[in-house]
Ligand binder design. Structure first.
Ligand code: NAG
Ligand code: NAG
Ligand code: NAG
Ligand code: NAG
Ligand code: NAG
Ligand code: NAG
Ligand code: NAG
Ligand code: NAG
Ligand code: ZN
Length: 503
């Protein structure tokens, strides 16, 4: 394949612009001052201090040319700007983007904020897991359709279970119905925040008993890792509860069995994927609990951390932040364990100001390792500064924020300011299966196209990958290994892009 002359002109222009930028020799004093001002401003952007090799520089130019082409279309035509359209609606079009396809191939390092039960592609689940024998379904008292493995429908009398085989005989569109139970449909585009959150929560209930069937749990975890691996992710931190697994004969197992099964699944995966480094688990608890429940949960967590120090990363609260209790209500219990556990609090995932967002103060004072979302952080200059001093990274999940109605246009996302000020940010996918995403590429794409300068290319993406390792809960030794593996993949990737595109 050869480049059009347009491409070469563009590359030449970029070279000239960047030469001017470094030296800042304008035609007059005003232009020189303007150049210096912008140079210093851009110099604060996350990743701007990285140096690219000559090969990386070529790949960067190629990437920026793809990015500019796509952005320029949207400068002339507002409706061509994909990240602003609700992801549920724009996903297929994003997949056609050259920039997106480029991002899919980038070695991304790690994935640090994903909820266990919202992490496997729903089409895959339906097609490959729900045709298994002994799978039953039932609409429960709360009008939620639950899935569960049973020997027969009478094994659990809490609900009127019917086999999926029967459902499918009765309703040829059953799989579409099922998909609507496990993921948000396009109707969510026009729903309110409350409506979307309510459907969103139900997807977890629908899947819970399905995924805690012990043999399926292993398959589920392996598929989760496969989807990350295909997306060039080599390690992940998952949030979830300690699920009591069960077998078909009604045996239910304790937490130790849950953790052993999780480890078994990950080890199986590592055997067939030697460069995959593993996972860590962040136990989460509903933020509406009382002190006693929190206390006993933390005690249990510390006990299991002593048994599985490499697996257990720490603790977090989940649930709609605005309707739960505040972190400060739990500060006494949390302080007691702050020497034993790392925290990864969802905090500031709200549009409120001076209210729920104040959880950020607690996340910072409790030395959270990272903050989930931190959407409200830039509204609080002292909190932002303190988070910077303590080097607390923000977990940015732009598609989650859009689908769950915190923010519509990612160009207005506050994390843009975090990046512009050089604050560490890790890009995460939160609950990808609920909106039909797999891996991290979709969130990387939205961030790259919406929250970086138009001329920013490979540096910021390389920085995202580096930060995903640096701000993980891996030990220093584990990080060294992760950097080794990632660097090897990165170098191969650069070579491959140069070769394939004859750069
Ligand atoms: C990049 O190169 C400059 C100039 O050679 C050097 O001062 C700087 O330390 C380098 N930055 C990194 C992150 O290596
Ligand atoms: C603007 O972009 C939209 C979406 O890509 C496209 O359907 C439409 O035809 C474009 N309009 C013009 C005038 O190019
Ligand atoms: C089901 O699994 C097969 C084999 O892994 C795979 O090729 C297929 O794409 C899966 N189906 C879906 C809908 O993902
Ligand atoms: C039925 O529900 C009760 C109360 O929620 C629960 O304790 C019991 O384990 C359930 N039975 C089965 C078979 O799941
Ligand atoms: C959402 O509402 C807009 C404006 O009323 C409409 O054009 C669009 O088709 C709706 N989308 C969905 C998925 O219902
Ligand atoms: C239940 O099934 C599991 C897995 O097949 C088996 O290991 C266990 O012994 C069975 N328990 C009983 C009580 O039959
Ligand atoms: C936990 O206990 C403290 C001290 O008694 C109290 O102030 C706080 O409100 C309690 N928190 C919750 C969530 O009940
Ligand atoms: C947080 O870290 C600071 C600085 O290391 C330390 O002084 C403080 O005690 C820590 N706070 C908690 C709650 O661990
Ligand atoms: Zn989350």
């Amino acid at each position: 394949m050869c480049f059009s002359s347009n491409y070469k002109v563009l590359v030449a222009l970029i070279c000239i612009v960047s030469m001017l930028k470094n030296t800042c020799q304008g035609a007059d004093e005003y232009l020189e001052a303007r150049c210096k001002l912008l140079r210093d401003d851009e110099g604060e952007f996350r990743g701007s201090k990285l140096n690219l090799s000559e090969s990386e520089g070529k790949v960067n130019e190629y990437l920026v040319s793809l990015k500019l082409k796509e952005l320029e279309e949207s400068y002339g035509n507002f409706s061509a700007y994909l990240p602003e359209r609700n992801f549920l609606d724009a996903k297929e079009d994003i997949e056609q983007s050259k920039v997106f396809q480029f991002i899919q191939k980038i070695p991304k390092g790690t994935s640090l904020h994903t909820h266990l039960l919202a992490a496997v592609n729903v089409d895959y689940i339906i097609q490959n897991f729900t045709y298994m024998e002994n799978l039953y379904g039932c609409t429960n008292f709360f009008n939620i359709f639950k899935l569960k493995f049973l020997e027969n429908s009478k094994q659990d009398l809490n609900c009127s279970w019917k086999s999926l085989k029967t459902y499918r005989q009765e309703n040829p569109n059953f799989d579409a119905f099922l998909k609507n139970c496990l993921a948000l449909g396009k109707e969510a585009v026009n729903q309110t925040r409350n409506e979307v959150w309510s459907e969103f929560k139900n997807t977890f209930s629908s899947l819970y008993d399905f995924a805690s069937h012990r043999p399926v749990f292993k398959l589920y975890v392996k598929q989760l890792l496969e989807e990350l691996w295909v997306d060039k992710v080599i390690y992940t931190e998952l949030r979830g509860t300690f699920m009591p697994l069960y077998d078909l004969n009604g045996t239910t197992y304790n937490t130790k069995m849950f953790l052993d099964t999780l480890i078994e699944a990950v080890d199986d995966f590592k055997t067939s994927h030697p460069d995959f480094l593993g996972i860590k688990y962040i136990l989460n608890l509903y933020r509406g609990v009382d002190n006693n429940t929190l206390k006993s949960t933390l005690e249990e967590l510390i006990y299991y951390k002593s048994l599985y120090p490499d697996l257990i990363a720490g603790f977090d609260f989940i649930g709609l932040e605005e309707e739960g209790k505040n972190l400060v209500d739990f500060h006494e219990e949390l302080l007691k364990v702050s020497k034993d556990l790392q925290f990864f609090f969802h905090a500031g995932e709200t549009n409120q100001f001076g209210h729920t967002d104040l959880n950020l103060a607690d996340a910072i004072l409790l030395n959270a390792t990272r903050i989930g979302h931190g959407f409200a952080l830039v509204k609080h200059p002292q909190l932002l500064e303190e988070a910077g001093k303590r080097d607390i990274a923000v977990e940015l999940c732009p598609i989650s924020n859009q689908v769950l109605k915190l923010n519509k246009d990612p160009r207005n996302h506050p994390a843009t300011i975090l990046l512009a000020k050089g604050h560490p940010v890790v890009i995460c996918n939160d609950d990808p299966s609920v909106w039909g995403a797999t891996g991290l590429s979709y969130d990387w794409y939205v961030t790259f196209m919406s929250m970086t300068w138009q001329n920013h290319g490979l540096k910021i993406l390389k920085q995202f990958a580096i930060d995903s390792i640096t701000y993980s809960a891996m030990s220093e030794t584990e990080k060294i290994e992760a950097f080794e593996v990632w660097t090897r993949m990165w170098d191969e990737f650069i070579e491959e892009v140069i070769c394939r595109n004859k750069l």
